[in-house]
Write a protein that binds this ligand. Structure first.
Ligand SMILES: Cc1cc2nc3c(=O)[nH]c(=O)nc-3n(C[C@H](O)[C@H](O)[C@H](O)COP(=O)(O)OP(=O)(O)OC[C@H]3O[C@@H](n4cnc5c(N)ncnc54)[C@H](O)[C@@H]3O)c2cc1C
Length: 355
């Protein structure tokens, strides 16, 4: 049961101006809390690779008054295909109402929507303690390598590396198809961007290249001449619109609250990208934290409420994404995986005549 209406205005410091921190700062400020948001750069990503946003995240964007803006800048594919390395369909993938928006656009919208009363401070933080001083609440929204997590949860600070390389980019061609191809130990995704452009992503065994151009050349060598749509995208890919990084995930964190500190977004549950839910979960965290603080006047109680609502939910996405990554990147087990998926695909309602 909630206690008396939580009208007290809290002094809240948010570390991190990514999707999680910006959404939390915006929502909390609208509830009358006094917010300072701190980030080393307040940077809008230079490359506009796409994020898929589903219903629950769209409802948070509506709360922020941004859903129409997002819709206007997003592609909304109806479905796609999961394809085996031999080009045969493994399953139809319903899009589930997802809006595909460049992450750069989403961050810019969230930044521009910050109410004027939100104080912004540009600083690289090396010690969390001063951030807690003078604040009722510290929100750790500082991403997968979170300093707040490392400071407050000893033993759970270090993110795990998964020994793969991720390349993602945009290409100035219409998407040749909407698909995710699973090979043996690699995957390649093609999705639309607004304006008849293409978003693509690839996961391959770990490879360190000295430049992005060299990484693209390596990718073409590893995945070239397997499927024509992949070749078309790789041909159109350019180093200046390509990002290269590893895959890192957060350690288990079922209770993301300690004293007056709370972790949200990737800081709490950075996940493999294979279910496309990191930013979605970050937005839902921000809204849930705001709701818990509105529900309970007592801060500790509000944070317990938040942890109970979001702790396991965030971990479920983290664990589910890891399982999906294992399946997608299976190597020797890939032929057996594909046989099973084709059987399941043939049984699914999406394959029924007339569907
Ligand atoms: C290949 C790939 C595809 C993805 N696709 C999707 C998708 O389709 N859908 C989806 O929902 N999600 C997707 N994601 C995940 C999504 O991008 C992230 O989960 C989400 O952006 C995390 O937001 P965040 O705010 O928690 O963290 P971040 O975006 O990492 O923000 C953290 C912020 O904290 C700041 N910061 C960190 N440390 C400090 C410090 N010490 N001092 C000052 N500032 C600091 C940083 O500057 C940064 O601005 C994908 C991820 C990858 C890698």
């Amino acid at each position: 049961m909630s206690d008396a209406a939580a009208t007290r205005s809290l002094r809240v410091r948010v570390l991190g101006a990514g999707v999680a921190g910006l959404a939390a700062a915006g929502l909390l400020a609208r509830r009358g809390h006094e917010i300072e948001i701190v980030d080393e750069a307040f940077a809008v990503p230079a490359v506009g690779t796409a994020l898929g946003l589903f219903g629950p995240a769209q409802r948070v964007l509506a709360e922020l008054g941004l859903l129409e803006d997002v819709r206007n800048r997003a592609a909304a594919p109806r479905s796609g295909r999961l394809v085996g390395a031999d080009g045969r369909t493994l399953a139809q993938l319903p899009a589930g109402g997802a809006l595909l928006i460049p992450r750069s656009e989403l961050v810019r919208l969230l930044l521009d929507a910050l109410p004027d009363q939100v104080a912004r401070r540009t600083a690289r933080i090396a010690d969390v303690r001063p951030l807690r001083e003078g604040a009722d609440l510290l929100v750790g929204a500082d991403g997968v390598h979170s300093l707040v997590r490392a400071s407050g949860w000893p033993g759970r600070g270090r993110a795990r590396s998964h020994g793969v390389t991720i390349l993602r980019g945009t290409a100035e061609i219409p998407p040749p198809e909407v698909s995710e191809t699973w090979g043996g130990g690699w995957l390649f995704g093609i999705t639309p961007l607004p304006g008849e452009r293409t978003n693509w992503f690839a996961v391959i065994p770990e490879h360190r290249s000295p430049t992005v151009a060299a990484a693209l050349t390596h990718l073409r060598g590893v995945l070239g001449e397997r499927r024509a749509p992949i070749d078309r995208v790789l041909e159109a890919a350019r180093a200046e619109t390509t990002l290269v990084h590893g895959m890192h995930t957060a350690p288990p964190m079922p209770w993301p609250v300690r004293e007056n500190v709370v972790l949200i977004g990737d800081a709490a549950h950075a996940m493999a990208p294979n279910l496309g839910h990191g930013a979605n979960t970050a937005l839902v965290d921000a809204a849930a934290l705001t709701a818990s603080l509105a529900r309970h006047a007592d801060l500790r109680r509000a944070l317990r409420d938040y942890a109970a609502r979001r702790g396991i939910a965030g971990q479920a996405w983290r664990v589910g994404s890891a399982a999906m990554a294992n399946l997608a990147l299976a190597d020797r087990a890939a032929p057996a995986r594909d046989r099973r998926l084709r059987t399941l695909g043939a049984l699914s309602p999406a394959s029924a005549p007339g569907s």
